[in-house]
Structures are given as structure tokens and as C-alpha cells.
Design a protein. Structure first.
Length: 421
């Protein structure tokens, strides 16, 4: 096998690392594997924000029309690139709000329970925000999460979920399920799912299908339009590098672009041609933009625009190709150098994972925390999920094979030290 130095030298995307600020530790770059939690800052963000601040200070309200990047159509400046990243048509996407707020807004339209079909299906161990959101929606409609929130437990040894299990639960409960809300990538295990197949199975049972793509957007080539999903939502502060609390994204399939669906309405979702007539009747903009409530947050959109420019330049296909190699290299190095310390929970098949590997530390929580803190003290940054999992995500835009070697060497050295069993 080629060395990390050779692999980094041959990497056609290696120059993108220079376009990011890499946090420092004791005078050297961190080995930063936490892009699944918060992506790094693109170097162009500061200038983009300063441009908007300058336009505000110099033009005031006229910056809506005369700024370098006029504010009135600003959300449109990220639309096409965002559509490319998630595999959608431009009319199907919009950058707005936050992830959970978008899920609620979309469930207003796409979770329409009846007495015969009141249930929502999610995975057991879903991210708490998703669990809270769907439980509250069920209660809001007068039903009971104790009976109408169906959670599918893992059926595979490492705690992952097979497609057969999804098919079985839909066969058993599909007649009662109004909505399947599923992750593109399960946050704790790192398992990626076949979105098109899930949508096909769910639609065949009469269910509506939505996806939480918090860990999928910018990580996987999602092909949302072709998946047939009814809707999806994602955050932009992870792989999309748009900053803490960044403006999120939403997808509504084009078949719903002009549908008369119930929704919570706001004036920025009103048809642009008549929006400023300020009339009392709501006429939605066709497509995902019709779910907007308020005018776009310019200072939050500017970092997203910078990051999406990098995605457009790199290309999702090339990023995915590097991601498979880089994560595969991480998996191989773990197997060779620290198999007694780390168990890979994430599926081994590249099609069933993104860049994240979830690693269970042998010996339980106390030992796992000790390893996690050992790594952090050496400038190797992943994140911890209770009770015993360290998530390590080599992001193809800025991580190197050398970073992987540094992580594995630190784990191997710790395993042979006083903390070893």
C-alpha cells in the first residue's frame, strides 16, 4: 500500500485544504475529524461577510437592490449550487430557517394523519430533535406517541438496520403509517441508507416519505429528485461548512411544486410577481421557495454561498471518490494497528456509509472517555457519543491521509501504554 505521504501527494483535491482555516494545537494543525458536527471555516467567509457589512453601512436599505450581491434575490444565489449538492432540481430546494424548524414546517404539509393512518415511523435511537419533533406533531394532531410513534430497532450485530427490517415494518404497519421520516445517515452509527428504495417501499404502502439529511448533505451524492422522496431537510453547519447555527435547507419534490397543500405561510413564500402588492391572500411561489416565511438572513447565507462555491469547484463525484478512499484507508489502518481497541460500528460497504466511522472503544465507557481525552490532548479532534462511541469523520475537502495516520498512531500508542488492559 502507498504511504500517506504518497497518497496525499497524488490527491487531486489536496489544494482545497488550503481554502480552509485549520485549528491549531501546540503550533501545528489539528487532525480535525469533526466535520460531521461542525465543518471548518472556508477562508473566503470573512471577506464575504465584510462585503455584506460594507454594503449595509454604505447603502443601507438600497443594498437590497444595489449591493455587490443584492439582498432581495440573495437566497437565489445559493439555489443552483445547493441543488447540485443534494441532487435536486433548482425549483426543489431552498435555504431557510434551521433543520428542526424546517421539519416542522414540512410536516404541516406532509404529515396529514387520520384515525385510520395516524402513525409516524422513525428509527430507534433517532437524534433527539427528530424524536421530539415527530412526537410533538403526533400530539398536536390529537394522537398519542405511545401508540402512534413507531420506532424501528436495529437488527444487525453492530446496531445498524437492514433494508429487510425496514421492509418488514412497512409490511406490518404500513397501513397505519402516515409518514416515514428517516435519516440519510444515522448520526450515531454512521450508517447510510438507500433513499430511493425506502421511498419506493413506503410509497407502495401509501406512506408519505421525508428525510433528515443532517449527516447526508455535502457528505453523500444524494440524488434527492430521483429518490422520489416527498420532502427533506438538512442543516448546513456540518459538511456544508456554513458556520455554527447556519441557515438550513429544505427540499420539496417538483411533483408538489404547485400542489394546494396546507402550510404555514409567510410573505417571503408568496409569489414574487405579486409579493409587494401586500395583498391579504397568500399565493405560494411554486416549488420549495413557497415554504419560506421571512426574508432571507443575509449574514447567515454569505458563508453558505462561499462553501457551495467550493463544492461546485470540487464536484460531488470527485469528493465522493476521495471520501471512499480516505475512509477506506482509515478502516484499513484501524484493522492493522488497533483492532483490539476499536470496533468499527459503521457498515463496511462504501454504499452504506459516508465519510464517518463510528468506533466503539473496547472496555466500556470509562476507557472510551480516557482514549477520547488522550486524543484531544494531542490535537486530534473527533466527537463522543454515549456510552462508548468515538465518531471520526475524514472530510475530503480538508482532511489528509496523514491525519488518519496521526489518529491511528495515537490510538495504537495509547493502547500499549498504562491504560491498556
Amino acid at each position: 500500500m502507498n504511504t500517506a505521504a504518497e497518497l496525499d501527494a497524488a490527491d487531486p483535491l489536496r489544494h482545497f485544504r488550503e481554502r480552509f482555516h485549520i485549528p491549531q494545537h501546540d503550533g501545528q494543525d489539528q487532525a480535525y475529524f469533526c466535520g460531521n458536527s461542525l465543518g471548518l471555516q472556508p477562508r473566503g467567509v470573512r471577506a464575504a461577510l465584510m462585503q455584506e457589512l460594507d454594503d449595509w453601512s454604505e447603502l443601507g436599505v438600497e443594498a437590497h437592490f444595489r449591493g455587490k450581491q443584492p439582498w432581495m434575490p440573495y437566497h437565489e444565489s445559493v439555489r443552483d449550487a445547493l441543488a447540485q449538492v443534494v441532487g435536486a432540481l433548482p425549483v426543489e430546494v431552498v435555504a431557510m430557517n434551521s433543520l428542526t424548524a424546517n421539519l416542522h414546517l414540512l410536516m404541516v404539509s406532509f404529515y396529514r394523519p387520520t384515525r385510520e393512518r395516524p402513525a409516524i415511523l422513525i428509527e430507534a435511537g433517532a437524534f433527539p430533535s427528530d424524536h421530539h419533533a415527530v412526537a410533538s406533531q403526533i400530539r398536536f394532531h390529537g394522537f398519542d406517541p405511545a401508540t402512534d410513534l413507531i420506532t424501528l430497532a436495529p437488527d444487525e450485530p453492530a446496531g445498524t438496520i437492514s433494508m429487510q427490517a425496514i421492509e418488514r415494518v412497512l409490511a406490518e404497519h404500513g397501513h397505519r403509517i402516515a409518514l416515514v421520516l428517516w435519516p440519510g445517515v444515522q448520526y450515531r452509527t454512521g450508517q447510510a441508507f438507500d433513499l430511493k428504495e425506502i421511498a419506493r417501499l413506503a410509497h407502495a404502502r401509501g406512506c408519505t416519505v421525508g428525510y433528515d439529511l443532517a449527516h447526508g448533505a455535502g457528505n453523500l451524492p444524494l440524488q434527492l429528485h430521483d429518490s422520489g422522496a416527498d420532502f427533506a431537510a438538512w442543516c448546513s453547519y456540518k459538511y456544508l461548512n456554513a458556520g455554527p447555527g447556519a441557515v438550513a435547507g429544505a427540499f420539496v419534490h417538483e411533483r408538489h411544486a404547485r400542489a394546494e397543500l396546507p402550510r404555514f405561510a409567510g410573505w417571503w413564500g408568496h409569489d414574487q410577481a405579486t409579493r409587494f402588492r401586500m395583498g391579504p391572500e397568500f399565493v405560494p411561489t411554486p416549488g420549495a421557495e413557497g415554504w419560506q416565511l421571512s426574508n432571507p438572513p443575509i449574514l447567515a447565507l454569505a458563508p453558505l454561498r462561499v462553501s457551495l462555491d467550493l463544492y461546485a469547484e470540487a464536484g460531488m463525484d470527485r469528493l465522493r471518490a476521495k471520501s471512499e478512499k480516505l475512509t477506506g484507508y482509515l478502516e484499513t489502518q484501524i484493522a492493522q494497528h488497533c483492532p483490539q481497541t476499536l470496533q468499527v460500528v459503521t457498515p463496511a460497504e462504501p454504499a452504506r456509509r459516508g465519510c464517518q466511522l463510528s468506533l466503539r472503544v473496547a472496555g466500556g465507557r470509562e476507557r472510551g472517555r480516557a482514549l477520547f481525552e488522550h486524543l484531544a490532548a494531542r490535537g486530534i479532534v473527533g466527537d463522543w457519543r454515549e456510552p462508548d462511541v468515538i465518531r471520526i469523520s475524514p472530510v475530503p475537502l480538508y482532511n489528509r491521509y496523514a491525519d488518519v495516520d496521526r489518529f491511528v498512531a495515537a490510538v495504537a500508542a495509547w493502547s500499549q501504554g498504562p491504560a491498556a488492559p
